[in-house]
Design a protein around this ligand. Structure first.
Ligand code: KG4
Ligand code: ZN
Length: 474
């Protein structure tokens, strides 16, 4: 239990005796009498004082002056609770600062978890030992600028987003032209291209935003899932910027980014169901609040974007085939009968059977010497995909009883899918949002937007942060 020492003033001496290295007898009373800014919170464990935090509440800022937990009560979360309480008390302040011994790594780590960043070293501050000044900027009345970095596949992108909703500037350098000749992304070529482009993209982004690194509050980076070599380029850039300019580093799941591309159109409303459809993912996700993801189901084999790209290959369409199939589907009609994949009551998907059905159909017709009507096949394929996505999405909306539906990922640019989801939403009287077409495929604006909410959720990383080629969304 946390109690203000002012309320149990008769126990001041007890606190002084418990922490003789910190206090001399009478010093707390003296402090409380002469320093109106000074406050003490003590932690009582079965009425015993086992820890305390002393902070100064100085108009628009706070300072943690002293903070300690008895050795035998450490590692029980007591320090966390005390620190959390001070954080709660400080929400309307501009900043909160503290000093810690440079060699006290455990404490430094704890403060970093709470969003404090290293500001300055104070030489010989603690009787010959160096002190570290740390600061946490607080949210109240302050705009938060997040620099987002995305490099998980074949787009090198930087973006600056204000308060998670307002895009200031975004630069995307796409490698599509490089990979086109190979019919897909070649990982080694992708990471080399990222290395070549990344510094230009950073400079262009800051220039476009008319901001400098001083204006940036934190750096959010997509650290997975994706191509490992590609992810590492973005990660190294993020870590270098954070180290050089002393900014907090926020790890963002690539799919969380795709989901938050919607937040740049309209603030997310909860609870919601999100249909995630990209080159690497097909998932139904439920969210009841910001940055909280529950995966309802996903593909058992190919992702829907992958299926578009492979079907495109047999139709002789260049990579990435999704946008071109979408165009062809607008011209053709639904004349080919294709199987509805995994047409059951689960939230799971399967697209490899559909892909094989299209490939077999093309080969069989070729063998018979019949010409394929590519536009009609594109329409038949796309409508089959839309049917199954719609069926499972409606199932999730009904089961979860939500009033908000959103789309995410590269395939959410598909006109047939957008149209059907809109119709479903109108029929059911629910809200529907999808990302702007330019932010359906990979970009850093979505990473910066998600990064803001990841930050509010307390997510931080240190310089050991690594890329992960596969990674659960949580
Ligand atoms: O989200 P994204 O950029 O990359 C991943 O995270 O996977 O998605 C790329 C995928 C590609 O498979 C591409 O063919 C597909 O999105 N795509 C589309 C459309 N635009 C892009 N698929 C269908 N219709 C579209 N209009
Ligand atoms: Zn993506």
């Amino acid at each position: 239990m946390i109690v203000e020492l002012e309320k149990i003033k008769e126990r001041t001496l007890e606190l002084e005796n418990l922490f003789p290295d910190v206090f001399s007898v009478g010093s707390i009373d003296e402090d409380l009498k002469n320093n109106p800014f000074s406050h003490y919170l003590v932690y009582l464990e079965r009425d015993l004082i086992v820890g305390f935090i002393n902070y100064y509440d100085i108009y628009d800022r706070m300072e943690i002056a002293n903070f300690n937990v008895l050795e035998q009560y450490q590692n029980m979360g007591i320090g966390n609770k005390l620190l959390k309480r001070v954080m709660e008390l400080s929400t309307n302040k501009e900043n909160i600062t503290l000093e810690v011994r440079c060699d006290n790594e455990k404490a430094i780590h704890l403060y970093e978890k709470y969003g404090f960043i290293k500001k300055a070293i104070r030489k010989n501050y603690y009787n010959g030992k160096d002190g570290l000044l740390m600061e946490k900027k607080l949210m109240k009345d302050k705009d938060i600028y997040v620099l987002g970095i995305e490099s998980s596949c074949d787009e090198t992108s930087f973006s600056i987003v204000k308060n998670g909703t307002e895009e200031i500037a975004t630069v995307i350098s796409s490698q599509i032209d490089i990979h086109k000749d190979y019919g897909g992304v070649v990982p080694e070529i992708a990471s080399r291209a990222h290395v070549k482009n990344i510094t230009f993209v950073i400079e262009e982004c800051l220039e476009k935003a008319k901001l400098t690194m001083d204006d940036i509050d934190m750096v959010a980076v997509a650290n997975g899932p994706g191509l490992i070599g590609s992810l590492l380029v973005g990660l190294e850039a993020a870590k270098t910027i954070c180290w050089l300019y002393n900014k907090p580093l926020i790890p963002v799941h690539h799919i969380a980014g795709h989901i938050y591309a919607n937040n740049l159109v309209k603030r997310l409303e909860f609870p919601l169901v999100c249909l995630v459809i990209s080159g690497g993912h097909t998932e139904l996700v439920y969210m009841d609040k910001d940055y909280s993801f529950e995966k309802l189901g996903g593909t058992l084999d190919d992702a829907v974007g992958e299926c578009f790209d492979k079907v495109g290959k047999v139709l002789g369409v260049e990579y990435p085939a999704g946008p071109k199939i979408d165009k062809m589907a607008k011209i053709g009609s639904h004349t080919y009968d294709l199987p509805l994949p995994l047409n059951d009551d689960s939230y799971n998907f399967s697209f490899s059977g559909l892909k094989s059905a299209v490939i077999n159909l093309v080969h069989n017709e070729e063998q018979r010497g019949n010409e394929i009507n590519k536009e009609n096949l594109a329409t038949s394929f796309q409508e089959t995909v839309v049917d199954i996505l719609a069926k499972k999405t409606v199932h999730a909306i009904v089961d979860k009883n939500v009033k908000n539906l959103i789309l995410a990922g590269g395939v959410s640019a598909n006109s047939g899918i957008r149209k059907r989801m809109e119709e479903i939403s109108i029929d059911r009287g629910i809200n529907f949002t999808c990302p702007e077409i330019k932010y359906c495929t990979d970009n850093a604006a979505m990473i910066a937007a998600a990064g803001y909410y990841a930050y509010l959720d307390g997510r931080r990383a240190d310089f050991t942060l690594n890329g992960q080629s596969s990674m659960e969304l949580k």
